[in-house]
Design a protein. Structure first.
Length: 256
């Protein structure tokens, strides 16, 4: 029997590379083609079949009130916000530590994890079905446009069964343009691995570093998205995503 999944959307960063746009506004609430980035993500989650048991938005205290207002206006059901204790870039926990704190409270559930600043056009049903055939940690993959883009993300190699053979975060010499997205499904019990990783003193800020460590401890699989994924980390990447989604909207193409 397929178990329901809890989704966690990571939106606790301060997006320093996007300043001044994000000095007083969370990146996930920046508009793309006239709609906040977070809306695209949550709309995919609420339409997922079978439905999720809950959606959790992870943020910080500085931007908590803005997300609370967004949630109230959006009237999304079965969703709640869990803030960490940080109020500035200097105090932030990091995405991995924030994720571990939340998963520790809901241990025993399968978990779908998404970055609050990534846009993609694929539906999530295929990704979740792929996970449910194996019930092991699964990472969404996509093709970067070039090797320079891969160097900013994570270079991934998989075998014929889609099991990850190599995962290198911020590679200096990537072997291909296959990149790991911050889009994961974790089985029950992943909190043990998260705690182990943090106990080793590993970086807490980049979720990809956790995957880079995890695939060496146990099997991790990759699921290749059909389309591109926009990782909005800079002004240029934000403008590119806005232009692309605005063009799709003008052409009446599906954008969520």
């Amino acid at each position: 029997m397929t178990r329901k999944i809890i989704a966690i959307v990571l939106a606790g960063g301060y997006a320093k590379r996007l300043w001044p746009l994000t000095l007083d506004k969370p990146k996930a609430l920046l508009p793309v083609a006239g709609k906040p980035i977070i809306n695209y993500i949550v709309e995919k989650l609420v339409s997922l079949e079978p439905p999720l048991s809950e959606i959790i938005l992870s943020t910080n205290l500085k931007f908590l009130s803005q997300f609370e207002e967004w949630l109230e206006n959006g009237k999304y059901h079965n969703m709640k916000i869990i803030p960490d204790e940080s109020r500035s870039e200097r105090e932030k926990l990091g995405a991995v530590k924030a994720l571990a704190d939340i998963v520790d409270k809901i241990d025993g559930e399968e978990t779908l994890v998404l970055a609050g600043d990534s846009l993609f056009t694929d539906r999530l049903e295929g990704f979740v079905r792929f996970f449910h055939k194996r019930h092991v940690a699964t990472v969404a993959l996509y093709h970067a446009r070039n090797l320079a883009e891969t160097r900013k993300g994570s270079s991934v190699t998989i075998n014929e069964s889609n099991m990850i053979q190599e995962f290198v975060e911020k590679p200096s010499n990537p072997k291909s343009t296959v990149v790991g997205a911050c889009l994961y499904v974790f089985p029950t019990g992943i909190i043990g691995r998260l705690k182990e990783y943090l106990t080793l003193g590993q970086t807490t800020d980049e979720p990809g570093r956790f995957i880079e460590w995890l695939y060496l401890q146990e099997p991790v699989y990759g699921y290749l998205l059909k389309d591109y994924l926009w990782d909005i980390g800079t002004i240029d990447s934000y403008k590119a995503a806005d232009e692309h989604f605005a063009r799709r909207l003008r052409e009446n193409k599906r954008i969520y």
